[in-house]
Write a protein that binds this ligand. Structure first.
Ligand SMILES: [Zn+2]
Length: 191
């Protein structure tokens, strides 16, 4: 993956792409102040909020995938834990308060350098509604999940596994890589 940094955030100089001594990958290196600008995957934290067998989903009010459905999830902020991030995203997107229960899935998306951390969560009450990033928020039985209107392959994959597990009353932890083309998914399960 080609680094996308052009300028040094320390001194403003134009950076060079080079392999630092002792390393093996191209990095953005500042020739003026020698700062090496490392780029690493971003973590997306989310949760599947549950209430008496139903799940809380949000319809996106923002691009990408405006109008499509997802469970609450978003990029972690500095200084918070993954659980805090998942709960915060749920409050922002669905105006809902959750208690994080267990880790449900850890999915890598190497093609976009993202890692999804998905928890199961207990909805604390029935007060919820669309936040600024949502057009609609609905508590729905798993039979009503709009499979052809889900925002991203990783969301579809996580919910598919969740529904399958629930059907077999066998909720387990899932992990693996979700490739650009989800048909060749290589997800594992770890009961
Ligand atoms: Zn610099």
């Amino acid at each position: 993956m080609t680094p996308s940094i052009n300028f040094c955030s320390e001194c403003g100089n134009t950076v060079e792409q080079k392999i630092p001594v002792g390393e093996t990958l191209l990095r953005a290196v500042c020739p003026a102040c020698q700062t090496i600008h490392y780029q690493n995957p971003k973590i997306v934290a989310g949760c599947i909020p549950e209430w008496e067998g139903q799940v809380l989903l949000c319809r996106r009010a923002i691009e990408p995938r405006l109008g499509f459905w997802t469970f609450p999830a978003g990029f972690m902020e500095l200084g918070e834990s993954t659980e805090e991030a998942a709960a915060r995203e749920t409050l922002e997107e669905a105006n809902a308060r959750v208690e994080i229960q267990t880790l449900y899935a850890l999915f890598s998306l190497p093609h976009v350098s993202q890692v999804y951390v998905v928890f199961r969560a207990r909805l604390q009450d029935l007060e919820y509604g669309p936040g600024e990033e949502s057009l609609d928020v609905q508590l729905m039985p798993v039979e009503a999940i709009p499979w052809d209107q889900l925002a991203f392959p990783v969301i579809k994959d996580a919910l598919h596994r969740y529904v399958h597990d629930r059907h077999h009353t066998n909720l387990q932890t899932h992990f693996g890589a979700i490739p650009r083309h989800p048909d060749s998914s290589s997800i594992s399960s770890n009961g």
